[in-house]
Design a protein around this ligand. Structure first.
Ligand code: KG4
Ligand code: ZN
Length: 343
């Protein structure tokens, strides 16, 4: 990118309306995230129709605020990047149509970025971010998958979840425990006061050499445990609740990291990059670092605020594409189920 030129990035895949601006050196000069959590909380989860309507209401203001924060005008924009999928189709459409119109009005290129590629590149915000090849673990509300990223930054998926994603497992067990939405952060907080060894929950596919995940059995096991405790007249609150949260968190984190380090071993790679909302989890972060040191694997974690959905990660992924000449300037078509594949 040229000096005095900037990249505008937009992310509206789910319930965050976000815009970011990066300068010619890839530095973040604006980062605005407008969360819809309070809008969806009464329903216990994201309501897709409400999400897209909220995006429509917020997007212009969010983009305007990003320009004010960067202290630049639209004339300084050299390219616009947007997440085209996967996600909620209505939500994706709002961001993509806005980005298309904006890029067209300025006669600058529009770069479509896969949402997972964004999560993978969030760590690039740190100057010492690893160069590929590496193994990547993406753990979010919609995905729990392992990828091998080769020297040309082509992604091949090594394993996926067979049912629920890790974030979904956090959110569903939190709901079951009456903890509200979004569950990941609440379980993380409660688990900090709990003992993970009082209530132990199963880790699916533990013994197998497969790189797949399965989390749906966890909520069944938590439900059974809660029912049993209630039959014994044990109230699910206070220390008991904290201990259950710690047990749930440990089961999810162990499952994620066991397979991530297995992938490093199977593919003989000594670098592991993590991304996605669940990577904001305290135990996952400390365990990933500890296991990395023990196994001689260098672990890269994005700062917590860039783990959950944001537009900086979309900007960073687009920036890398521009810098490496791997531009994706073809027309951007939203795709709710977009696969991350080599291009
Ligand atoms: O990446 P993200 O913002 O959205 C998707 O692309 O899905 O991830 C959201 C997920 C939610 O399931 C949320 O509960 C989980 O990330 N999450 C956490 C934490 N913070 C967010 N899970 C565990 N511990 C956290 N601290
Ligand atoms: Zn995400």
């Amino acid at each position: 990118m040229q000096k005095k030129s900037y990249l505008l990035a937009i992310e509206t895949s789910c319930d965050e309306n976000a815009a970011a601006i990066l300068d010619y050196s890839g530095k973040v000069v604006a980062d605005i995230v407008c969360s819809q959590v309070t809008v969806h909380a009464p329903y216990g989860g994201v309501v897709p129709e409400i999400a897209s309507r909220e995006h429509l209401v917020k997007i212009t203001d969010v983009v305007k605020r990003s320009f004010a924060q960067a202290n630049i005008s639209s004339q300084n924009i050299e390219a616009v990047a947007v997440a085209y999928g996967p996600g909620l189709i209505g939500s994706l459409l709002v961001g993509a149509q806005f980005a298309k119109g904006f890029a067209q009005s300025l006669a600058v290129p529009l770069i479509g970025i896969h949402h997972i590629e964004g999560h993978l590149m969030a760590g690039m915000v740190s100057a010492n971010f690893s160069k590929a090849p590496f193994i990547a673990l993406i753990a979010s509300g919609g995905h729990s998958a392992l990828y091998e990223v080769n020297q040309s930054y082509n992604f091949s998926q090594l394993g996926d979840t067979r049912d629920d994603a890790a974030g979904e497992a956090f959110d569903k067990t939190a709901k079951l425990l009456g903890l509200g939405y979004p569950g990941g952060q609440i379980i993380d907080k409660n688990a900090g006061q709990g003992d993970p060894n009082i209530y132990q929950f199963p880790i699916a596919l533990h013994q197998k050499s497969t790189l797949e995940y399965s989390f749906s059995g966890l909520k069944t096991s938590v439900r059974a445990k809660v029912q049993k405790l209630r039959e014994q007249n044990v109230a699910i609150k206070g220390q008991v609740l904290n201990d259950i949260c710690a047990g749930v968190q440990k089961a999810i984190v162990d499952a994620l990291l066991n397979k991530a380090f297995l992938a490093c071993k199977q593919h003989d790679l000594k670098t592991l990059v993590l991304g996605g909302g669940v990577c904001a989890n305290s135990l996952l972060r400390s365990q990933a670092e500890a296991r990395g040191q023990k196994n001689g694997v260098q672990v890269f974690l994005p700062p917590k605020k860039y783990c959950t959905d944001n537009a900086v990660m979309i900007g960073l992924a687009a920036y890398r594409r521009i810098e490496t000449g791997q531009k994706k300037f073809k027309s951007v078509c939203v795709d709710a189920n977009a696969l991350l594949c080599a291009d």
